[in-house]
Design a protein around this ligand. Structure first.
Ligand code: HEM
Length: 154
């Protein structure tokens, strides 16, 4: 078992933890925002967990991209034109990496705005809006059609 396989395994399964937490935080944020509920410690904790996992996923993704995966920076050894013309290579080397990076940034912005807001309604609203866009971006660049990548095993 190589380090590359271990990283890919962790990156693959962390996706599920991220998606489930995002869904949970979004439901809580929407309810809190619309129903004027108090922003609790648990809301803060779940937000922190979501954004913390996003950062961890970013680190794993960067390691894959720059060091271990043949579909990251390595792909450009064949020339940028080759990468851009090959849908498979372009997907990982360009689309997945940039869109996911944007998703991480939006999650962090939502977290910061939510923390800074004083009114509870605003805390929920910022989290809901930014995390929703972040989730949509993530969903759009996960390779759902590749069944071997869905529930990866060693
Ligand atoms: C933050 C949200 C992210 C999610 C939810 C996510 C999700 C995934 C998933 C589901 C896979 C397929 C894993 C498998 O084969 O089982 C994957 C692979 C990969 N991801 Fe991400 N990713 C994220 C961020 C990133 C970032 C920011 C980068 C790079 C800058 C990145 C680079 C890669 C690379 C290089 C692969 C591996 C392709 C391979 O070698 O097979 N990911 N990612």
């Amino acid at each position: 078992m190589s380090f590359y396989q271990i990283l890919l395994f962790l990156h693959s399964w962390l996706r599920w933890a991220i998606l489930l937490t995002a869904l949970w935080v979004l439901i809580r944020s929407f309810r809190g925002w619309q129903m004027g509920l108090p922003f609790k410690k648990s809301d803060n904790g779940m937000q922190a967990a979501f954004v913390g996992m996003m950062h961890l996923q970013l680190v794993l993704g960067l390691l894959l991209y720059f060091v271990f995966s043949p579909f990251g920076l390595d792909a450009f050894a064949q020339g940028a034109k080759v990468v851009m013309k090959n849908a498979g290579l372009r997907y990982w080397a360009v689309e997945h990496a940039t869109v996911m990076l944007l998703a991480v940034i939006l999650a962090q912005v939502g977290r910061t705005k939510s923390k800074r807001a004083r009114a509870h309604k605003q805390k929920f609203k910022h989290a809901f809006v930014f995390f929703l866009i972040s989730l949509i971006l993530m969903l759009s660049r996960i390779p759902w059609h590749e069944s071997a990548r869905l529930f990866r095993s060693f």
